[in-house]
Design a protein. Sequence first.
Lengths: 192, 123
Amino acid sequence: MPRDTFQDVSDDALLVLYANGDASAARALTLRLTPKVFGHAFRVLGDRAEAEDVAQEALIRLWKQATDWRQGEAKVTTWLYRVVANLCTDRLRKGRGVALDAIPEPEDDAESPAEAMQQKSRQAALQEALMELPDRQRQAVLLRHIEGMSNPEIAQIMDIGVEAVESLTARGKRALAKILAGRKDELGYSDD
Amino acid sequence: MTEKNDMDALLNDLFAEAKDAPEAQVSDDFMARMLAEAEAHQPQPAAMAAPVAERGFLASLFETLGGWQGTGGLIAATMASVFIGFSGAEALTLDGLQTVITGDTESYISDLSGGFTFSTEAE
């Protein structure tokens, strides 16, 4: 995959270059932002095809916004994650639910033999556990713990207060711990 | 407490691994599509240049005269001319102008008679 040749250039500055017709800026910005947007959408939605649709739509909105972009006013990633969050919420509200239904219940140990679990990667287990969280909790946990964003930034993205973010991430993490507690051995963690 | 610490450690490890998890990586095919999209939506420099507005007669005249400086000078000169026209008209009549050019109407005190009238007879 091609590399980002503008490593020291901010997203903001690249977007201005993009708006000025700089083809290399278009390439650099796409290579930089697509993995972030897609990765987040995938973890929120639990479905690659849906995540691709969301990522594509979010980036097209950014390209259309480029000529009107006011440098220094907002972070490109914050703006973009906000669009992704809204698009994901819309899709989740429309009762997509396919990926959720497809994911087996992790606590249903009676019908979920250990050997089946062993075939799953730790990441698949995490994704399954994430999909059990309420949508807003899942988004907050992902933004905080996987995207590594600050609480004020998450508050902007999710259009809520910082305290609400703290509450969502704390509850989300507790819920994840509870879901995964019974699967520690499968995940390679034992009490010994 | 130990159980909680264990779970915190487990979750932190899983979160760290998730950042590079292959499941959440973009496929080459999708990236190629996104690169094409970015190019397709990119504003073209020619399209972005401000359209040259058609200039009217006055605007063209203004520019031909040299912009603000030229037009300002022209207006000042015009106003000065109008002022001179009102205040010093006699000095600028044709006769007056003639005296300036030819200098043949000089008058001297000796030309005056005793009564301080101009003498017109030869002595």
